[in-house]
Write a protein that binds this ligand. Structure first.
Ligand SMILES: C[S@@+](CC[C@H](N)C(=O)[O-])C[C@H]1O[C@@H](n2cnc3c(N)ncnc32)[C@H](O)[C@@H]1O
Length: 265
């Protein structure tokens, strides 16, 4: 079952953008080392905070089940590494006399490649796995039912493109670019959309995560006041954006002659 936010968004625009499915060479599982490096950098911090602050015994009583959700999990393998690290950090705090069980919810848009996710679940895992389709900008779980919410490299994925940046008659029109470039107004429109989305995310999690529960969010960003033109991610987005616009201008022939490598006739 999809949550309300996914259904509403799907019906108004029918545009959910999951990662490319597992068939083919360009799929996410084969192209997500960058995101893996991000998790590798913060996993120690997450484990340390769990070790210092998580009151496991208090949180899981009376059922002795610890519930984790990875929101925007895609289909692996990064989600499996992250979830395993969290399970191990929580286990290390456990009172050995009590048997604790883990349940992990893998969430992403309903169009995500959940089949591959479940087919490739680690066989040695020490948790029960479940899929939760739907947008994390809406409510996904019953009240106070989660102990740990994780979301890694997802928050830059806004719920929609701000209307005015696509409107040619608006002074905020972004001229078809995929990136805000040097326009302050376009930047502000995207920032407002992000603030809106992020608030929806936090409101939903505030309901779902138990008091004393944990959340790790890994969000790509730039420092306030940084010279954006010197940021690698900005430079890549600019370059990618201008290449995509060139391809779009050339039209379908571009796909035939260049992307798929067949010879122009
Ligand atoms: C860059 S991938 C990150 C995947 C994984 N967390 C990792 O670190 O490798 C972003 C994922 O977020 C998902 N996503 C984006 N917006 C979402 C939303 N509103 N609700 C649920 N998932 C979303 C996308 O479908 C995609 O699978």
């Amino acid at each position: 079952m999809e949550n309300k936010a996914d259904t509403k968004k799907g019906s108004s625009s029918n545009k959910l953008f999951p990662m490319a499915h597992a068939e083919g060479p360009y799929n996410y599982a084969k192209n997500s080392n960058y995101q893996k490096t991000g998790w590798d950098l913060i996993k120690r911090l997450t484990s340390e905070e769990i070790s210092k602050k998580l009151d496991v015994e208090h949180l899981i009583s009376p059922g002795n089940v610890f519930r984790i959700a990875d929101m925007g999990c895609s289909f692996g393998p990064n989600t499996f590494f992250a979830v395993q690290d969290i399970v191990e950090a929580v286990k290390s705090k456990q009172n050995q006399s009590k048997h604790m069980e883990f349940q992990v919810f893998f969430n992403d848009h309903s169009a995500n490649d959940f089949n591959t996710l479940f087919r490739t679940l680690p066989s040695e895992r020490s948790y029960f796995a479940a899929g939760v389709p739907g947008s994390f900008y809406g409510s996904l779980f019953p009240k106070a039912s989660l102990h740990f919410a994780l979301s890694s490299y997802t928050m830059h994925w806004m719920s929609k493109i701000p209307r005015q940046v696509q409107d040619q008659s608006s002074s905020v029109w972004n001229k078809g670019r995929i990136f805000y470039g040097s326009s302050k107004k376009v930047e502000e429109a995207y920032a407002a959309q992000f603030a809106n989305d992020f608030e929806s995310f936090l409101r939903a999690r505030a309901e779902e995560v138990v008091p004393g529960g944990f959340m790790t969010l890994l969000i790509p960003g730039t420092q306030n006041g940084a010279n954006l033109l010197k940021c690698t991610s900005v430079a890549i987005s600019e370059l990618l954006g201008s290449s995509l616009m060139d391809m779009a201008k050339e039209g379908p022939s571009y796909r035939r002659t260049r992307v798929w490598g067949s010879r122009p006739s």
